[in-house]
Write a protein that binds this ligand. Sequence first.
Ligand code: MG
Length: 203
Amino acid sequence: MKIICIGRNYTEHIEELQNEKPEDPVIFMKPDTAVLPDQQDFYIPEFTDNVHYETEVLVRISKMGKHIDEKYACNYYEEISLGLDLTARDVQARLKEKGLPWEKAKGFDGSAAIGNWVPKTIVDDVNKLEFYLKKNNEVVQNGDTSHMLWKIDELISYVSKYFTLKKGDVIFTGTPAGVGKLSPGDQLRGYIGEEEMFSLKIK
Ligand code: MG
């Protein structure tokens, strides 16, 4: 499986990192080794002093597709989740400055925390999904998929122009504002609506 991540998909987050608003979706990938195994704690790697959480709605691709028309994109995923695009922000800043790829900052082992998968049918509308992240019992990030610059179906269609989507691939759909630094001892819990999707301890 591959992990396809969308960057800069919420206006306030673009502003908080002082990035330019993109003309097309920003895409990067994480290798399958980035997946943080279930129930495992996240250990801050030694090569960074500034790991950020980015809470994102996830979709899991349910069948193979290429050049998927936006109006059929909804047929290519059945499950959604919430996850964390864990980012070594200091490493990323150095790479961005030099115009280099972000993989070392975004694709390292454990950098993709994936919550429980639930059928998309349990929500009324995936384009009106409220989600939030609690760090040590305080809400630090909340988002609503209605604020995405590119909606899930548009993303699936766009991504599939470049990369064949296969069953089991996961799309991270971008983070809203409120990203921040993690410290050892932090406890993170992610929610879609009132449903807890993941719980993660930082070491
Ligand atoms: Mg992200």
